[in-house]
Design a protein around this ligand. Structure first.
Ligand SMILES: C[S@@+](CC[C@H](N)C(=O)[O-])C[C@H]1O[C@@H](n2cnc3c(N)ncnc32)[C@H](O)[C@@H]1O
Length: 198
């Protein structure tokens, strides 16, 4: 993940955080950000809620960057940094009110187990929002520009792109998770986020 990409994506994190708050109204309790990277989504959600945030990533260096970013923003939320694989989360069952994950699912080695783990740690009444994209509040002009940049980067890396629509549905079906739906940022497009309600 190069700096320019993170930099160009910065404006979308507050928009996705606001979407999560508007849609789910969860502003206290525990939130786990899976594959947090530099921590931007968790940080933006922390700024507008009292959530206790668990920043989780497989890569310890990336997690250090999240730690630095949290310090720079002087958040007063309770925060934790957890170096773990989504396929083996070190949290109890029914642990979190909210589980979020943006742009990470496509990199998980065991996507089925990762989704099952997200569901396991979710409290009854809680919500998980896992997938990728720019959120529905991103204006069309910004969406067009950022999607162009993303595509170029994926082509360069030989990335097959992210799962959406029927392929994403196929993945969720394998998990045995029942109460889910697919959501897209733009009406009428195939879903690229998985919303799980427990
Ligand atoms: C493209 S970055 C996205 C970061 C961040 N969520 C964002 O939207 O800016 C993907 C992140 O997922 C992490 N990741 C990949 N596989 C993982 C796994 N199995 N468990 C935990 N984190 C993982 C990577 O280390 C990386 O930081």
């Amino acid at each position: 993940m190069s700096k320019p990409t993170y930099r160009s994506l910065r404006p979308v994190y507050p928009l996705i955080a606001q979407q999560l708050l508007d849609d789910y109204r969860i502003n206290s309790g525990k939130c786990v950000d899976l594959g947090t990277g530099h921590g931007y989504l968790g940080i933006e959600l922390a700024k507008i809620t009292s959530l206790e945030i668990y920043f989780v990533d497989l890569d310890p260096e990336v997690l250090n960057k999240a730690r630095e970013n949290v310090a720079l923003d002087k958040l007063d939320n309770v925060v934790h940094f957890v170096n773990a694989d989504v396929a083996a989360l070190p949290f109890a069952d029914n642990f979190a009110e909210l589980v979020i994950s943006r742009g990470s699912l496509w990199f998980w080695e065991d996507q089925v187990k990762g989704l099952q783990e997200a569901n396991r740690i979710l409290k009854p009444g809680g919500v998980a929002f896992i997938g990728g994209g720019l959120g529905r509040y991103t204006p069309p002009t910004m969406r067009q520009r950022l999607q162009g940049l993303g595509r170029k980067k994926m082509e360069k890396k030989g990335h097959t792109g992210f799962l959406r629509g029927a392929k994403l549905e196929e993945l969720v079906k394998k998990t045995g998770i029942a109460n889910y739906r697919l959501i897209s940022d733009v009406e009428g497009e195939p879903g690229h986020w998985i919303e799980i309600k427990k």
